[in-house]
Write a protein that binds this ligand. Sequence first.
Ligand code: GLC
Length: 488
Amino acid sequence: MKTKQHKAWLLALSLAAGALVQPVARSAEPPSGKTATEQRLAWWHEAKFGMFIHWGLYSQLAGEWKGGYYQGIGEWIMFKARIPLADYAAVARQFNPVKFDADAWAQLAQDAGMKYLIITSKHHDGFAMFSSQADKFNIMDATPFGRDPVKELATACAKRGIKFGVYYSQAQDWSAPGGAIWKGRHEADPTYEVPQWDPKQNGDFDTYFDQKALPQVRELLSNYGPIAVLWFDTPLGVMNVERASRLEKLVHELQPNCLVSGRLGGKFQSDYASEGDNAVPNLSRAGAWETPATLNDTWGFKKHDHHWKTAANVTFKLVDIVSKGGNYLLNIGPDGVGVVPKPSQDTLRGVGRWLKVNGEAIYGAGRTPFGEEFGTPDKAAAGAKSAPHREWRCEVCGAAQDHQLPFEPRTDWRCTTKPGKLYIHIFHWPATGKLELPAVKEIISHAYVLADPKHAELNVTQTESGVSIALPPTAPDLIAAVVCLETK
Ligand code: GLC
């Protein structure tokens, strides 16, 4: 039952959480009555689950430089090891990922049940994984490989009906003179001034922006067919309203249907909000938002990172995110020869098998009407003068809740919806044999396990204070069984 007090808590927390969301576009209203942003988002709201791919020269370094192993996310190795530009160019001269197979990667996305795919076309290291006239530090001109992975992937995705998008680091570029460089946590310290490590990085940001970033974004939108998403990242301080507007205008002039992700910078330029890396909000969140997430603890391949998430864990996250109104963009980090690590393939195919049976409750599904299932605000901690930042992990499914707001999450069940249907995803099969839910205002006319081809009727007791459903004695699915409640 939702008590008044509990509702007030949920409201207060949603408002507080909403304040953290990045602003989204205010587009002019076209004749259909839907804003341009809403029109662009239609397929994306259906899709729910996408593949992110971090792949570049850093994949070849795999977390190591000159015998040293570097902590943290692998695609930042050039920054962490302060690799001089000439040495990084030498890495390019050895980059020859002969095992790269665009069809195999796109097929993996399809097997996983992912509906869109976004690859790093240029990460912060400044190296373009596509053919570029604007800058010669690219895979065609600077490596022996001689193939364009962005082109091959665009084709492989088109063949399978997977929407294709590109990540582009618009502000940070550690190889181009004038490209921005993160100043780290010292940024607040006015005396801190050493982000650069190679004199070749000296230069003017606007020159970089006009001569590399804008032309390369133009190339990406002109040479690879329909681009579904342009995924920008780390705007830092430099992506002011004026620069962000120039990028947004360029994208939508060249491809009006292309979505602009939440990290463009400036204000009110994006089509949807991007959560922090691996961050899932505690509660439902309004608007269009996406959680970008890793399968281990890095985006770009690192040979020593074996901290793989399981199919059960990823499935929980997918359901959790969809039940809160979001999309899940899950990363693979292929290695330097182009092979996707086997554990990530296994996890993704496991999720795909679950989705084959239960996809009806995910694709195009809406938020939960409840809220109690997410857990409860930790009132004691919230009331304390300085509420501690808590990280919490479910021992069974590993679901991580890492949020500024003190919260005691629960992971027993989640709910997604479609008109006339409530889908209850059960992660912890109740030992009592009964699924107890809060009150449902509509009359429940049918209840069945989605995976049961016969849709055998389950016994439901519905009162004003709640719903009780008699379940089969054992869970029909080890990851999560979905009970569909049809309402009228
Ligand atoms: C971060 C990192 C970056 C990664 C991205 C993915 O902002 O800078 O390396 O690509 O998150 O969401």
